[in-house]
Design a protein around this ligand. Structure first.
Ligand SMILES: Cc1cc2nc3c(=O)[nH]c(=O)nc-3n(C[C@H](O)[C@H](O)[C@H](O)COP(=O)(O)OP(=O)(O)OC[C@H]3O[C@@H](n4cnc5c(N)ncnc54)[C@H](O)[C@@H]3O)c2cc1C
Length: 429
């Protein structure tokens, strides 16, 4: 069920809160899950929505929002309760992130990079094979990262992209980590590194290479490089079409010493995760699920003459606009249904049907959010796309979704087509 935006679930002070994207009863959410998601929605609507235009205009990182995420416990959403976090599992995080994306795309997208540092090193790593000693060491290391986040409000990012095929999963990362006494020396370059200059730790994907060895994806390391370490620099500007508040500049690493304990995953575990836990790459989609809902919400409000700051002119009586809203509602429900199913079944070793569905969900959300925003602008009309209103930002932000590696819209189509027609190892020779 798509909640009509004029019907509200709760009220807080004078602010009438929007209904949740996924109604807890209709989608059978547990009480604890629903409470975490509600916390995200309330913060998004009552605080982040009002700040989003300025971050977008100035391409400025939403630092104040991160203080609020820390204050409300959401910075540690997927950190286990025993370590002071909220203990949210994958689907609960995804649903909460969609609610944040509904009100500020850049905050949701950067929060995703941060949360994945704990989700991948946490519940996801728990699902993967490690011997007892490695698991114990990993447990000790991740506790350090958890403590920094919960107690100090530390922010983590996830720079993968290098401009070549590595972030698409095709070849080993060009950023190298050479083993030295007590850790590694990291050298390389990451482009489009969201949170550049604002994260406290960059969760860098790189390739461990000993002298004379060839780079292999099997030797991928996931290291939390301190932003203040010697040899780390942020270069270039950031003036993009959308997702401007992500501040995704270029990061350079020149002989950066990183200690052993900086490993967010033990040796070999990232490679194992990429093979056995493919839904790890679906985590960029919640932001865009929220943007899809936001485009629909805006359209209904605008046609009813209820968008704050605009004259109370109703446009809902025109059959053409009613049909457009009907098309949007159908599209939104389709996106919600496949996405909810895909995030609900994220686990290790999913079967073929679940993997194909995850690609299809990613494609549907990333392309669908922008289709809805496009239709919203056409339907609402010229006055609705002024920069004083959020719709044009939703439109620009939503355009970025299908470009996100490794599951770009193109690569999803490529994988679905190939994996639907060929079983592993099958050829036509
Ligand atoms: C707002 C925003 C924030 C971002 N934040 C981050 C971040 O925090 N961390 C991060 O790591 N990245 C981030 N990215 C980067 C994103 O994932 C891409 O890497 C980025 O868009 C770079 O694009 P590109 O032009 O190099 O990609 P492309 O040129 O599309 O792809 C790069 C390479 O991947 C391979 N490839 C791409 N498409 C195909 C295909 N169809 N078939 C076969 N191979 C293909 C090719 O080798 C290609 O040269 C962000 C992007 C955006 C838009």
């Amino acid at each position: 069920m798509t909640a009509a935006v004029n019907k509200t679930a709760t009220t807080q002070g004078k602010v009438v809160l929007d209904a949740p994207i996924f109604d807890p009863r209709a989608f059978r959410l547990g009480d604890e899950q629903a409470a975490i998601i509600t916390r995200a929605r309330e913060l998004g609507q009552t605080v982040f929505a009002g700040r989003a235009a300025a971050y977008d205009r100035d391409a400025e990182f939403p630092t104040e929002n991160y203080r609020d995420l820390h204050r409300t416990g959401l910075l540690g959403i997927s950190i286990p309760k025993t370590h002071g976090g909220l203990g949210a599992d994958y689907p609960t995080y995804a649903l909460a992130a969609a609610e944040i994306g509904r009100y500020c795309g850049a905050t949701a997208l950067t929060w995703n990079m941060h949360v994945c540092s704990t989700l991948w090193s946490g519940p996801l790593a728990d699902d993967l094979d490690m011997d007892a000693a490695t698991r114990a060491e990993h447990g000790r290391r991740r506790a350090t990262h958890y403590k920094r986040i919960v107690e100090d409000g530390a922010i983590y990012s996830q720079p993968f992209s290098e401009g070549g095929a590595a972030a698409a999963g095709g070849v080993a990362f060009g950023t190298e980590a050479r083993p030295v006494k007590g850790g590694w020396l990291v050298n390389g370059k990451k482009i489009f590194a969201s949170l550049s200059g604002h994260a406290d730790y960059y969760g860098v994907l790189c390739t461990e290479i000993a002298e004379g060895e060839k780079a292999s994806r099997r030797n991928t390391l996931y290291l939390a490089v301190p932003a203040k370490a010697d040899g780390v620099s942020v270069v270039g500007d950031w003036d993009p079409l959308g997702m401007r508040g992500t501040v995704s500049r270029t990061l350079l690493f020149k002989d950066v010493f990183v200690e052993d304990d900086a490993a967010l995953m033990p040796r070999g575990v990232y490679f194992q995760a990429a093979q056995r836990w493919p839904h790890m790459f679906l985590t960029l989609s919640p932001t865009y699920m929220g943007l899809a809902q936001a485009a629909y919400d805006f359209t209904v409000r605008y046609l009813r003459g209820e968008v704050p700051g605009t004259p109370p002119v109703k446009r809902r009586m025109y059959p053409t606009k009613q049909i457009a809203v009907a098309q949007m509602q159908i599209k939104l429900e389709q996106i919600k249904a496949i996405w909810f199913q895909a995030v609900s079944e994220a686990r290790s070793n999913p079967d073929k049907e679940q993997v194909l569905r995850a690609y299809a969900a990613q494609y549907s959300v990333m392309e669908g959010a922008n289709e809805l925003a496009t239709l919203a602008i056409r339907t609402c009309g010229g006055q609705a796309m002024l920069k004083s209103l959020p719709l044009e930002r939703i439109y620009r932000d939503s355009r970025c979704g299908s470009l996100m590696l490794p599951w770009t819209a193109e690569l999803c189509l490529d994988r679905i087509g190939r994996e639907a027609l060929y079983e592993p190892g099958e050829t036509d020779d």
